[in-house]
Design a protein around this ligand. Structure first.
Ligand code: DUC
Ligand code: ZN
Ligand code: ZN
Ligand code: ZN
Length: 467
């Protein structure tokens, strides 16, 4: 048969089913699925689950920030961390700085990534400056080159688009069949609340969670949905934090609108109270992200949405800043929550958290786990069936998983460039023990291994455009 490698004796899990089989790999692809396979090499997967490699469709690596703080992960450390956490593909952002050509921006990120990636990568574009040149020439050309998704922001001074600009971007997306991801939080509402809190002297990190109110997220989610309906284009509402924005998404779906949704580990594990820190002190900055974590009621709603299909995908929104002077802890950030860099690390802990809190605790099935973390991201972002499945001809991107292994999340065990994890001490049952990218082992027992072999993937059209 001429197989290079056989993964023998494991339990294969896909979004559709679970069955015992060997997997035969040739030239980096899955060549056979069956029993008693033999090849030049063999990995014993007895007692392990064999999953399609994790696809983290929302990570930030090596992005510049407007205030000069630096992100804790570049493409080397971020993808090493991803591999150790059971991922074989990540989708980071290429962020356009206003005044910059989008093409130049993409080339910049390719230079940062080139030769450094331990997983495969593919860039989403962040459109912050939709000039006629960007809308008319650059975006259409980039979509045709395989950058088939872009993100727009409804808040942040240096990223926010107004409604007219959002409609313009949606129009291009419809024409070129690209998928738009929306950061849905209302800019003016957040600014209003921020000014009021600052005037009251409420400047601790905790108040970030109050300023980024769920009502502002709900309003922006509805506005994004309405604009998408007006243009008749599918959208993804990313990092949905709670019950109120979820209701808007369900309202849209019930009317047949093509609205997709993503949620993240922080919204099932953290709450607004974590931002209090020890005693309303700066320690709360460790949990500052946008949208912020909400409350127990929203966590329950998110779990329901993970089960019932309100959410298509579960991504980390890995956006790491160290809790020191290079990242979150600056004099400005101590003067007001509004200067605390927004984001937390999570690319390495996404899969263990959803497996442990979801599958091990009986809240979601194994099939749902695979769908949310690999198959659906591949379908939604134009990587399927090369990625996201265990099937003949697919890339041999596999994660061997020990569903019984129990240990706590510890910063000392992680491989990211960040100096803390917001999930410190969380008890986890079920960990990845080996990650293979195109048949090559890229991580084992929580440690990355080997030279960077990751490639940049040109992507096809999202299945969101399927009839
Ligand atoms: N949005 C993200 O997607 N990530 C981090 C910060 C933000 O606002
Ligand atoms: Zn965002
Ligand atoms: Zn969907
Ligand atoms: Zn993000």
């Amino acid at each position: 048969s001429g197989l290079d490698l056989v993964i023998a004796g494991g339990t294969v899990v896909t979004a559709a089913d679970t069955y015992a089989a060997d997997i035969g790999i040739r030239d980096g692809r899955i060549a056979q699925i069956g029993h008693n396979l033999s090849g030049a090499d063999r990995i014993d997967a007895t007692g392990l689950l064999v999953l399609p490699g994790g696809i983290d469709a929302h990570v930030h690596l090596d992005q510049p920030t407007s205030d000069g703080t630096t992100m804790a992960d570049d493409f080397a450390s971020g993808t090493r961390s991803a591999a150790a956490g059971g991922n074989t593909t990540v989708l980071p952002f290429a962020l356009q700085i206003r005044g910059q050509s989008l093409r130049a921006c993409v080339e910049d990120y390719h230079r940062k990534a080139q030769g450094n990636c331990h997983t495969d990568v593919s860039f989403h574009l962040i459109v912050s400056d939709p000039t006629p040149q960007v809308l008319g020439q650059e975006l259409p050309a980039l979509v045709r080159d395989g950058y088939t998704s872009f993100k727009v922001f409804m808040t942040y001074d240096d990223l926010v688009l107004n409604d007219a600009q959002i409609l313009d971007v949606f129009e291009v997306a419809r024409r070129e069949r690209a998928l738009v991801m929306v950061h849905a939080e209302g800019h003016d509402a957040i600014r209003h609340l921020t000014r009021r809190l600052e005037a009251e002297g409420r400047t601790a990190p905790y108040y970030h969670g109050q300023a980024h109110a769920q009502i502002a997220e709900r309003e922006a989610t509805h506005r994004a949905i309405s604009h998408a309906q007006l243009i008749d284009v599918p959208v993804v509402i990313v990092h949905v934090s709670g019950r109120d924005p979820m209701e808007q998404i369900q309202w849209a779906r019930a009317r047949g609108l093509k609205v997709h949704a993503e949620t993240c580990p922080q919204y099932i594990t953290l709450t607004a109270d974590d931002l209090r820190g020890l005693d309303m002190d700066f320690d709360g900055a460790r949990y500052v992200c946008s949208p912020p974590p909400r409350d127990a009621d929203s966590q329950a709603a998110i779990w329901q949405g993970l089960r019932d299909g309100t959410f298509d995908i579960f991504s980390s929104d890995h956006c790491p800043f160290r809790i020191d002077a290079t990242g979150k802890d600056t004099p400005r950030a101590r003067s007001s929550f509004k200067y605390v860099p927004n984001g937390i690390p999570g690319v390495e802990t996404r899969l263990p958290i959803l497996f442990s809190e979801g599958v091990s605790k009986g809240r979601i099935s194994l099939q749902r786990f695979v769908a949310l973390t690999s198959t659906n991201p591949a379908r939604l972002y134009g990587l399927y069936p090369q990625k996201g499945s265990i099937a003949i001809g697919a890339d041999a991107d596999l994660t061997l998983w020990d569903p019984t292994l129990t240990r706590q999340i510890r910063q000392a065990d992680l491989n990211h460039g960040c100096d803390y994890t917001p999930y410190e001490g969380l008890q986890i049952t079920g960990w990845p023990v080996r990650t293979l990218l195109r048949g090559q082992t890229i991580a084992q027992d929580g440690r990355p291994c080997g030279d960077p072999q990751g490639a940049h993937l040109a992507r096809g059209t999202s299945e969101a455009f399927a009839p």
